[in-house]
Unconditional design. Structure first.
Length: 291
């Protein structure tokens, strides 16, 4: 036996590579893809986001509430109000109506999403995800990512429809990005609130009541009519309610007008809502998944 043959015989076989495929063509799980790793969180959150978006795309109610309803609302307000607000303020009423409808669309979509979440809870879907070898936060984070996509699509659609009634973005791409950022921040904070309330309450009608409240806010904000058109005692409430602050921020970004104050108030409202409802949403999801 030669020296080379003896060396080969004495060398232990190399351990199987973690990247080798199994007989069925799948790669074995490795430590980098462990269910508690950040990689698992990112991958599985993306999968959850895709699952929810596909589900929404196949639900006529969600599509109508998120896309068709806001688009028709812009045209309806234009048809009913006409130029009456523009003649009083000297600025096209579209700069109030379009941001208002975009934000209301984000809120209405969150309410419909809350109804879908309650159905998944009743059907045991959340419990199934909890018992599977996946990252615990992936389902909730994936839902929030899907909400961001929905808000962006709804907002862009409303802006496009708004161009037919005179809505223009005078500040270009930076202004558009800022407006989308305001819509996402406002919409996500509202979605977190809806998620927390949906998961922590046993009443099946609570989400419908949230939707009704959303529709009421639409008629008491600075996007519908100017603040000074409301009764004097109601003006402070209208001016400082969260929807008015977000509408004023988007209007300022579109017209290159006042931005600092409404942006500060919008961020304050959104951060405040997140601070109050984010932890309850996580706790509620954990409790609901274990049922």
């Amino acid at each position: 036996m030669t020296d080379s043959t003896a060396t080969e015989a004495s060398t232990p076989p190399a351990p199987p590579s973690n990247t080798a495929a199994t007989p069925f063509g799948f790669r074995p799980r490795d430590q980098a893809h462990h269910e508690t790793s950040l990689r698992a969180l990112s991958v599985q959150s993306g999968q959850q986001c895709k699952r929810i978006l596909i589900k929404w795309s196949r639900d006529p109610v969600t599509l109508a509430q998120s896309l068709l309803y806001p688009a028709l609302m812009v045209l309806m307000f234009r048809l009913v109000l006409g130029e009456s607000i523009s003649e009083r303020t000297g600025v096209s009423s579209s700069y109030g109506m379009v941001p208002m409808v975009a934000l209301v669309g984000a809120m209405a979509g969150a309410s419909v999403s809350g109804i879908g979440l309650r159905r998944e809870l009743a059907g045991g879907m959340l419990h199934k995800f909890w018992t599977m070898p996946v990252h615990r936060s992936s389902a909730l984070l994936g839902r929030l990512c899907a909400e961001v996509v929905r808000i962006l699509v709804t907002t862009v659609l409303i802006f496009v429809v708004g161009t037919f009634i005179g809505f223009r973005i005078e500040t270009g791409i930076p202004g558009l990005l800022g407006m989308l950022g305001v819509a996402v921040l406002f919409g996500i904070s509202f979605s977190i609130m809806v998620t927390a309330i949906t998961l922590l309450t046993n009443k099946s009608t609570i989400t419908e009541w949230i939707a009704i409240t959303t529709n009421l806010l639409m008629f008491f904000n600075s996007g519908f009519v100017p603040v000074d058109a409301y009764p004097t005692w109601l003006q402070p409430v209208v001016e400082y309610q969260p929807l008015s602050c977000a509408v004023d921020a988007i209007r300022g970004l579109a017209l290159n007008g006042e931005i600092a104050r409404p942006m500060f108030l919008t961020c304050a409202w959104s951060v405040g809502i997140l601070a109050v409802f984010l932890r309850p949403a996580v706790i509620g999801y954990r409790k609901a998944s274990r049922k």
